[in-house]
Design a protein around this ligand. Structure first.
Ligand code: PAF
Length: 309
């Protein structure tokens, strides 16, 4: 945004990081909390609203769509890149989670981000993390059940990012519907002033939801993974055609997904989109949600379904 101090040479000199760490392809990178705070405060003092896109990096179109929304709606846009250790359980893919900082910085620059906040784990959790944010009931089922402690880690790091950046709006993807509901509840319960914006899932041409973890799939697994969206689309059509029983819709998901040998269904459910609690009958709006293991990847997806009125 014009008129707002950007990461020019002057700021580079003032930041407590190596110069070559800071500027890459004309996007400013802050590795330290104090530097991010200083840059955001300068933007705010110049009158900008601040948007934050929290990510774990390895950008795909889904991330870019969040950045575009932030850029269109806010005067100063920040994307954070941090593979957050507290949201990974034992035996999960923290060590192998895909990373490509150089490419991410190029993409963030191309999307017109004003600041990339890319702290180390030591910067975020250096003193240990005695205090954690414990999400409520919305985090109990679905991925919360399969990945104990996952949403506690997500809520904690998002609360920290909100406190560091102080965004007016923060952008999340609908693919991670339960995460968005957890963050929304956390922001409400803890009185953050940040508006939570949830943007549509971006899909591959065959419907597979974009995810950094799709890069783990072999060609055959990648082909079979498309069944997740196909099965979700089928239950949306069934609901529109008058099927109101959640268990009938769940059975349809289980049947169709079960036909692909590489896809091991973890859960299929129909839930209330705000509370993430299972429903027995379709109300006005419901969310069909699935999680599955496909080879080394754990994939999730969902679709909003409506009852025929
Ligand atoms: O969705 C993600 O990439 C992460 O869960 C998030 C929101 C950046 C928190 O680490």
């Amino acid at each position: 945004m014009s008129g707002i101090p950007r990461g020019t040479g002057t700021e580079v000199e003032n930041l407590s990081v190596q110069a070559d760490d800071i500027r890459s392809q004309s996007v400013v990178v802050a590795r330290y909390i104090r530097d991010a705070r200083r840059l955001v405060e300068a933007a705010r003092a110049a009158g900008a609203t601040v948007g934050l896109v929290p990510t774990m990096g390895f950008f795909h179109e889904g991330h870019l769509s969040l950045m575009r929304a932030a850029r269109d709606e806010c005067g100063y846009s920040v994307v954070s890149i941090f593979v957050n250790p507290t949201q990974f359980g034992d035996g999960e893919d923290l060590g192998s989670y895909p990373r490509d900082m150089e490419h991410d910085l190029e993409l963030a620059a191309a999307e017109g981000m004003d600041l990339v906040f890319a702290p180390s784990a030591a910067e975020m959790y250096g003193g240990g993390q005695g205090t954690m944010v414990e999400p409520g009931r919305v985090a109990a089922g679905l991925c919360g059940r399969s990945r104990p402690g996952h949403f506690r880690g997500v809520a904690t790091v998002v609360a920290k990012l909100f406190n560091i950046i102080g965004p007016d709006a923060a952008y999340f993807g609908q693919k991670d519907a339960q995460q968005a509901a957890v963050v929304r509840a956390m922001a409400d319960d803890l009185d953050f002033h940040t508006r939570i914006r949830v943007m549509p899932t971006v899909r591959e041409p065959d419907g597979l939801a974009m995810s950094s973890r799709n890069s783990y799939l072999s060609t055959d697994e990648r082909r079979q993974a498309a069944v997740l969206y196909q099965a979700l689309t089928r239950v949306r059509q069934a609901a529109l055609a008058g099927e109101c029983s959640a268990s009938a819709l769940v059975q349809s998901l289980e049947r169709e997904i079960g036909e692909q040998p590489a896809v091991e269904l973890e859960y299929a459910q129909v839930v209330d989109p705000d509370t993430m609690q299972p429903v027995a009958q379709l109300g006005k709006r419901a969310l069909a949600v699935v999680a599955a293991r496909v080879g080394p990847a754990r994939l999730i997806d969902n679709i909003l379904i409506k009852r025929r009125d």
